[in-house]
Design a protein around this ligand. Structure first.
Ligand SMILES: [Zn+2]
Ligand SMILES: [Zn+2]
Length: 473
């Protein structure tokens, strides 16, 4: 830590001690807190409503853990009593019998019941940490299931290592993020198993068709080798792009679908593309977008080009500042709660972030000056874009996984010619269209008090801190 950080810490920490956000564990007591008709919700502030939703979800996870524990106990008793030296194939095995009982009692298909029984058994044998996390409301069922699914068929010791590697972060990840992380960890710890399962899956490749609820049908090639699937998709996309350039007004998705149909029906490629182009259907209006009102381009001189990684001292400062801001916002929330003034909490949180932002403004400007970030135009040069994409590989909304090269680089403070909202890594961050709209919505706010450190404040008075180097999970 350098002197700058030490000073920052000292200034900010004096203002309040770290207080964790409230976390009421699930169980009978929480059930009592949550009971009551819808009428009781009418009297709650928005912050409390979000808390009730989160608490109810924890309680659900707890109840689901009980359901699975009961199933596991039943299975354990039945299979313990079963003699397996002379299996009688005319009747159900003890295990199958439990599956059918569960199916009937919980109104599930046999397949779903088998999945449920299997999950119950795994949580009570190979995945004790996952079971505890579910019971404590730290994980919900889909995430517990993801851990079970992706460690199935792995040796016991590998399963234990995978569980240990993912369990702590899992409570903060969406199911998709968790699955991606699990895949990476399993790939690292058990590459041969991954390879074997992939070969088995490819052996089961197939063409499927199924009806949808809109009266259409989906047609899919399933379990191809990933390289083959991408090669096909890329090729069709490239042709679709060129058709668009030639004036085809259909969406890329529509052209791809039409082209794939032509090709699967046996039309060779050049004719297929022509056929697709001439059979243009009713153009569909593209979604409304808000193009930047100003454009400017400027080449960056070689010496002025930002380096491709975030300087170390910048990351450290952002980390410390993140802790300090988190502590302050927790304190503001706690104070409001004690005062019974949770309504309007969002405004007080925004005020606090702005205040802290002002306090570090001089240090931030000095850092920016020293790093020679500044670019006068509206559009960031390519090299700057690279730096920001390396810092945030995905959209900076906490639960979003949209790759940053498919996002817009948003000026956290709106760009202005007088240099208020500047075009530099201290004021740019990737936002997908959807979360760009979140940012613009009433009572939503996004701040970047330090290069790469993003603070979201939502209308219900919750906040989320996104640090630099946020990984794509
Ligand atoms: Zn800067
Ligand atoms: Zn997003």
């Amino acid at each position: 830590m350098n002197a700058e950080i030490a000073e920052l810490t000292a200034t900010m920490r004096g203002r309040g001690e770290w207080e964790h956000r409230r976390f009421f564990p699930p169980g009978p007591k929480l059930a009592i807190c949550l009971s009551g008709g819808d009428g009781t919700l009418a009297g709650l502030s928005e912050t409390e409503l979000i808390e009730v939703a989160a608490a109810a979800r924890r309680q659900t996870a707890w109840a689901q853990a009980r359901e699975l524990a009961a199933i596991a106990e039943l299975t354990r008793r039945r299979t313990r009593d079963e003699r397996d030296d002379h299996p009688d194939y005319r009747v159900l095995s003890a295990h199958e019998s439990v599956v059918e009982e569960v199916a009937a009692a919980l109104t599930l298909t046999s397949e779903s019941a088998a999945t449920q029984v299997h999950l119950a058994e795994r949580l009570h044998t190979d995945l004790p940490e996952t079971r505890r996390a579910l019971e404590a409301g730290l994980l919900d069922l889909p995430r517990a299931r993801a851990i079970s699914d992706l460690t199935d068929h792995l040796p016991e010791d590998v399963t234990a290592s995978v569980e240990e590697a993912v369990i702590e972060q899992a409570s903060e990840q969406t199911t998709g993020q968790l699955r991606r992380r699990l895949r990476r960890v399993v790939q690292r710890l058990a590459p041969e198993q991954v390879e074997r399962r992939k070969r088995e899956a490819i052996a089961g490749r197939r063409l499927e068709v199924w009806e949808t609820q809109d009266g259409t049908a989906d047609l899919a090639l399933c379990d191809l080798a990933a390289t083959d699937a991408h090669a096909i998709h890329n090729k069709i996309t490239a042709i679709a792009h060129s058709l668009r350039q030639d004036g085809d007004v259909r969406s890329l998705d529509q052209i791809r679908a039409d082209l794939a149909q032509q090709l699967l029906r046996g039309t060779p490629l050049p004719e297929a593309a022509r056929a697709v182009f001439t059979e243009q259907v009713e153009p569909i209006a593209p979604p409304a977008t808000s193009p930047p009102s100003l454009t400017a381009t400027a080449a960056v001189s070689a010496e002025g080009a930002p380096t491709a990684s975030v300087p170390l001292e910048c990351r450290d400062t952002a980390d410390v500042l993140a802790d300090v801001i988190g502590a302050r916002l927790a304190q503001v929330t706690e104070y409001a709660r004690k005062q019974g003034r949770l309504d309007g909490l969002d405004a007080r949180l925004r005020h606090s972030v702005r205040e802290l932002q002002d306090q570090v403004a001089a240090a931030r400007d000095a850092h920016c000056e020293a790093a020679d970030h500044r670019h006068t135009g509206y559009r960031p040069p390519a090299a700057m874009r690279k730096v920001i994409e390396a810092r945030h590989p995905v959209c900076v909304f906490p639960s979003c996984n949209r790759r940053s090269d498919r996002c817009d680089l948003d000026h956290t403070s709106p760009w202005s010619q007088d240099g208020q909202g500047r075009t530099c890594p201290c004021n740019l961050a990737p936002l997908c269209r959807r979360h760009h709209r979140s940012k613009q919505s009433p009572r939503w706010a996004l701040y970047q008090p330090w290069s790469g450190l993003l603070i979201w404040v939502t209308p219900a008075g919750t906040w989320h801190i996104v640090r630099p180097e946020r990984r794509r999970e």
